[in-house]
Design a protein around this ligand. Structure first.
Ligand SMILES: C[S@@+](CC[C@H](N)C(=O)[O-])C[C@H]1O[C@@H](n2cnc3c(N)ncnc32)[C@H](O)[C@@H]1O
Length: 181
């Protein structure tokens, strides 16, 4: 898996792209917690029960619904579950499509993405120009797991990751320190 191939697309939506298979550590999820109202219901649409989003949000008192291609639940075509927030690390190869669908759904969200090129391409520029959103920017780069079985995240992309959010943060940009061990 090479994160520098993030611009490679899946052949089509609904297909697994091996370049999209990397997993988020807890320290990258923790900064969201203080912004989530107590007991708010979360949909994690790119996640299985092994996901740290699913585990950590549930451990912090949030009812969580998860879904993933591996259970034949395609984010782009499935019915939106009852939820207050949509939170995950999405497939980077489909980031334009993911944000278009999120803005169309209209619910508050937080999505962790690589910052490089996020506003590039006329398609994404126009989408972000026409929709309100917030950014959470970190003091360090996030390392990712290659497998949920790994003890330590070992994938170190050569760029920063940020959360692109809607109706979650109090200002358009917030800066957070990561408690990276
Ligand atoms: C970058 S990984 C992150 C996984 C998990 N959210 C995490 O952070 O640990 C994105 C995941 O989305 C899955 N995926 C890709 N396209 C999808 C779709 N259309 N619907 C649901 N899941 C999808 C991929 O198979 C991959 O496991």
């Amino acid at each position: 898996m090479k994160l520098d191939l993030i611009t490679n697309k899946a052949e089509k939506q609904g297909e697994v792209n091996p370049n999209d298979e990397f997993y988020t550590p807890n320290y990258a999820i923790a900064p969201l917690l203080k912004y989530l109202p107590k007991g708010s219901r979360i949909w994690c649409p790119f996640d299985t029960q092994e996901s740290n989003y699913v585990k950590m949000l549930a451990e912090n008192g949030h009812p969580v619904v998860w879904s993933h291609l591996c259970t034949n639940q395609d984010f782009f075509t499935m019915e939106v579950p009852e939820c207050d927030y949509i939170i995950s690390n999405p497939p980077y190869s489909l980031k334009a499509e993911v944000f278009e669908r999120l803005f169309e759904i209209g619910k508050p969200f937080a999505m962790l993405v690589g910052v490089v090129g996020i506003f590039e391409s006329q398609r994404r520029f126009t989408m972000f120009k026409n929709n309100d959103f917030e950014i959470m920017y970190f003091d360090k780069r996030i390392s990712y797991f290659k497998s949920y079985a790994d003890q330590k995240p070992s994938l170190n992309p050569p760029f920063s990751s940020v959360y692109i959010c809607k109706d979650l943060l109090p200002k358009q940009i917030v800066f957070e320190a990561l408690a990276k061990k």
